[in-house]
Design a protein around this ligand. Structure first.
Ligand code: GLN
Length: 198
């Protein structure tokens, strides 16, 4: 299994560490590929869009000529885990930005939604079936509107901060900044399921 991690900017190494830590829990070997150019997208079974700065990442995806390929993979059902800036890349609408990026996830996000005072914080919550998960927020967005077909995984103070829509998991928080592997494990299970049923 090959998991491609968008590695043009942001916290991609942290995701790689989480995936490596899970390698011996699965029979099939999991290889991580750093996506830095179009050809890195070949033969990948899963995509991770990490945190960082969405405007920079969005621009680089286009400048490096991988926008169409990346978007097609997501639209065609390749399981995708997007965290923080990654969620902003996926969102169909961004309230406080002029541009949208991949625009594959039918939600509206607000960037830096927690303001300056509460720029970064940690709390605990559920992520779908996963209980008591540490939620790490760093200048995070939240989701202000989600279409009915979007499954809500996590809310904090009535704000939506985690969703799944078909093959796309979008989280405003950073599972890769914790030592709790359950979300990455769930993601790998989704890839397995997809491969089995393809
Ligand atoms: N504030 C960043 C943005 O708007 C996201 C922050 C993050 O990924 N930790 O792109």
């Amino acid at each position: 299994m090959r998991i491609g991690i968008l590695s043009v900017q942001g916290a991609f190494i942290e995701h790689e560490k989480m995936i490596s830590a899970l390698n011996n829990e699965f029979e099939e070997t999991i290889e991580c590929v750093q996506i830095r150019q179009k050809k890195d997208l070949e033969n990948i079974d899963g995509i991770i869009l990490p945190g960082g700065e969405s405007t920079v990442q969005g621009k680089l995806i286009k400048d490096l000529d991988m926008y169409d390929e990346l978007r097609d993979k997501i639209e065609n059902g390749v399981p995708t885990l997007a965290t923080c800036a990654g969620l902003i890349l996926l969102a169909q609408n961004i309230e406080n930005d002029d541009t949208t990026h991949l625009s594959t996830l039918p939600v509206t996000v607000q960037r830096n939604a927690y303001g300056r005072q509460l720029g970064s914080f940690v709390t605990t919550g559920n992520a779908g079936e996963i209980n008591d998960y540490p939620l790490v927020f760093i200048r995070a967005p939240y989701i202000t509107q989600a279409e009915p077909e979007v499954n809500i995984l996590t809310t904090v103070d009535k704000k939506i901060v985690g969703v799944q829509y078909k093959n796309q998991i979008g989280l405003a928080f950073h599972p890769e900044m914790t030592d709790d592997l359950r979300i990455h494990k769930y993601f790998i299970e989704q890839i397995h399921f997809k491969k089995r049923t393809a």
